[in-house]
Ligand binder design. Structure first.
Ligand code: V0V
Ligand code: CO
Length: 140
C-alpha cells in the first residue's frame, strides 16, 4: 500500500528561518511554497529524492492561526515532527482499506495537498501516536 515516505511534516514558528536552516545545513532545495487555507498552514517543500510515484520531501509548516492543527500542536508540544506522510497509488482506495481495519480517518474525502497532491489524515491515537498522512502525488 505504501510506496515511499512522501514527506516528514515539521511544525515551526518561523517558516523563513527554518527554510534557511534546512536548506543551508542539509543542502536541500525548496521546490514549492504554498498557503493552504483549508489546512491552516503556510508551507514549504524541500526536495530530498525521487521515488516510485513521486518524490520525498521535508515539509515545513507554519500555522495561519493559533486554533489550526499546527497552531494547537505548537502550543501543546512546541516545534518538531508533526506528521509522517506516506505515498500511496490511490488515496481514496487506501482510505477505504485502512478504515476497514478500524483506523479512524480524519477526512471523509481526499483534500487538496501540496503540489497538486490529494491527501487524507489518519487519527494519531490509532497509529501508535503518529499523525499519519496519505498522499497521492499529482500525475506528472
Ligand atoms: C494531536 N495529537 C497528536 C498530534 N496532534 N499526536 C501526534 N501527532 C500530532 N500531530 C494528539 C494530542 O496530543 C491528543 O492526545 C490527541 O491527539 C487529540 O488531540 P487534541 O489536541 O485533542 O485535538 P486537536 O484539536 O489538536 O486535533 C488533533 C488532530 C488534528 C490530529 C485531530 O490536528 C487534525 O485533524 N490534523 C489533520 C490536519 C492537519 O494536521 N493539517 C496540517 C498539515 P492526548 O493529549 O489526548 O493524549 S497540512 C499538510 O500536511 C499538507 C497541506 C500537505 O501535506 O500537503
Ligand atoms: Co503534510
Amino acid at each position: 500500500m505504501f510506496m515511499r515516505i512522501d514527506h516528514i511534516g515539521i511544525a515551526c514558528r518561523d517558516l523563513e528561518a527554518k527554510i534557511a536552516f534546512f536548506s543551508e545545513t542539509f543542502e536541500l532545495t525548496v521546490v514549492a511554497r504554498e498557503v493552504n487555507e483549508e489546512q491552516g498552514v503556510k508551507e514549504a517543500m524541500l526536495h530530498i529524492a525521487d521515488g516510485e510515484g513521486g518524490g520525498s520531501y521535508i515539509q515545513l509548516l507554519e500555522p495561519l492561526s493559533e486554533d489550526s492543527p499546527v497552531g494547537k500542536f505548537l502550543a501543546k508540544r512546541g516545534e518538531g515532527v508533526h506528521h509522517v506522510a506516506f505515498g500511496v497509488p490511490d488515496v481514496a482506495d487506501a482510505m477505504a482499506k485502512i478504515n476497514e481495519k478500524g483506523v479512524r480517518l480524519l477526512d471523509e474525502r481526499p483534500r487538496h495537498g501540496s503540489m497538486g497532491s490529494e491527501i487524507a489524515f489518519l487519527h494519531p491515537k490509532d497509529v501508535g501516536g503518529m499523525l499519519t498522512e496519505l498522499v497521492q502525488a499529482a500525475r506528472p
